[in-house]
Design a protein around this ligand. Structure first.
Ligand SMILES: *Cc1c(COP(=O)(O)O)cnc(C)c1O
Length: 359
């Protein structure tokens, strides 16, 4: 068998041996007291991570399930989709496909969403929801969430839906304090679990809105999730292996400690940034708006990225990403999410230098 290729792409990220073992525990009945105890035990920890008193839900879907569900559950009038990259752009498309009225606030890929632009747009009136991708994985931009949340809070009718798929648990995101109405994440990025589970929390205001929104469907109905969670259950049969893996991951997270985990991500990200500067590359996102869980690098040295990554794979059994969609070849992306350590990031950066030379 060929050796395992370690993933340094920004999702899916490398999954630890401990997590892989957790996935393979025997199944239990999802209406049994054992499952309910399991959910109750992880729920307390999830609330601490989400920094919320609201219920936290487990969705057997990828993140897009909950991203689409947020539109279907909460938009009666019109949604403002803030767009600065592939995932945030797609959300606008999804809003329209759900048959909702939607407007876009588009900035160039690589640029952040500016709070004053959100405010100007909301002042035009008619909106009842805003979508924001906190950490735009496709181009390494971290949007100013706190400032944007403060703007949205000036409009009592407008709900704030935030995707933290690639930033969740890499820094503090205080849902209740910021007044976020839906906070959602997926399993395969910042949490370093296999793909297939989404985790989200919903504010009281958002539940009240959902009651008034017709055609919420069943599978992703927020009120179904709420009803079931109150009895420590999920609406449908959940992906039990992921929930075991999440239990194991939450153990890891709280054993490390939140502040240490956040500091580790900042530190590992700074090692990548040092490498970028040292090797004469530039950052795709402007200073102050760069992600701390991944780095999107401009290919200003005009390296043949595909050939470089192939050498990296062949010689060192590692991969980074060669650019998302229209940024392919123009940028490359390096993840420092999940369980990476100073040792594992340093080893990867040395391998990058080694294989870059031949470029
Ligand atoms: C990967 C990603 C998604 C989509 O996740 P799926 O698991 O494919 O549904 C959404 N938002 C962001 C920011 C992402 O990085």
């Amino acid at each position: 068998m060929s050796p395992h290729t370690k993933l340094y792409i920004p999702g899916p990220v490398e999954v630890s041996e401990k997590t892989l073992r957790a996935l393979s525990q025997p199944m239990i009945a999802h209406r049994s007291s054992r499952f309910r105890e399991l959910y109750a035990a992880i729920h307390v920890k999830l609330q601490a991570l989400f920094e919320t008193e609201q219920p936290v839900f487990l969705s057997t879907s990828s993140a897009w399930g909950v991203m689409e569900a947020s539109i279907r559950n909460l938009v009666n009038k019109k949604v403002l989709n803030c767009m600065c990259g592939a995932f945030s752009d797609k959300w606008f498309d999804v809003s329209k496909r759900c048959g909702k009225e939607a407007e876009s606030l588009q900035v160039e890929w690589g640029q952040p969403i500016r709070p004053q632009d959100v405010e100007a747009k909301l002042r035009e009136g008619g909106f009842d929801a805003v979508t924001l991708v906190h950490n735009e994985t496709s181009c390494g931009v971290k949007n100013p969430l706190q400032e944007i949340a403060a703007v949205v809070r000036k409009f009592p009718e407008v709900l704030l839906i935030v995707d933290t798929v690639s930033s969740f648990s890499t820094e503090s995101i205080p849902m209740d304090e910021l007044g976020i109405d839906v906070l959602l994440t997926g399993s395969q990025k910042a949490l370093a679990l296999p793909p297939g589970l989404a985790i989200f929390s919903v504010s009281q205001r958002a539940f009240e809105r959902a009651v008034s929104v017709p055609a919420r469907g069943y599978y992703f109905d927020f009120l179904e999730f709420k009803n079931n969670q109150s009895r420590n259950m999920t609406p449908t049969t959940p992906t039990l292996p992921h929930i075991y893996a999440l239990q194991s991951k939450l153990e890891d997270i709280f054993n490390e400690g939140l502040e240490k985990r956040y500091a580790r991500h900042r530190h590992l990200n700074s090692l990548v940034h040092d490498w970028v500067r040292h090797n004469g590359f530039e950052f795709f996102a402007p200073e102050g708006y760069r992600s701390i869980s991944l780095t999107c690098v401009t290919n200003n040295r005009k390296v043949d990225i595909t050939a470089w990554i192939e050498r990296l794979r062949e010689k060192h059994h590692m991969v980074i990403d060669g650019g998302y969609g229209k940024l392919k070849g123009k940028t490359f992306r390096i993840s420092n999410m999940g369980d990476e350590t100073e040792e594992s990031i340093t080893r990867m950066l040395m391998a990058l230098s080694d294989t870059l030379k031949a470029a």
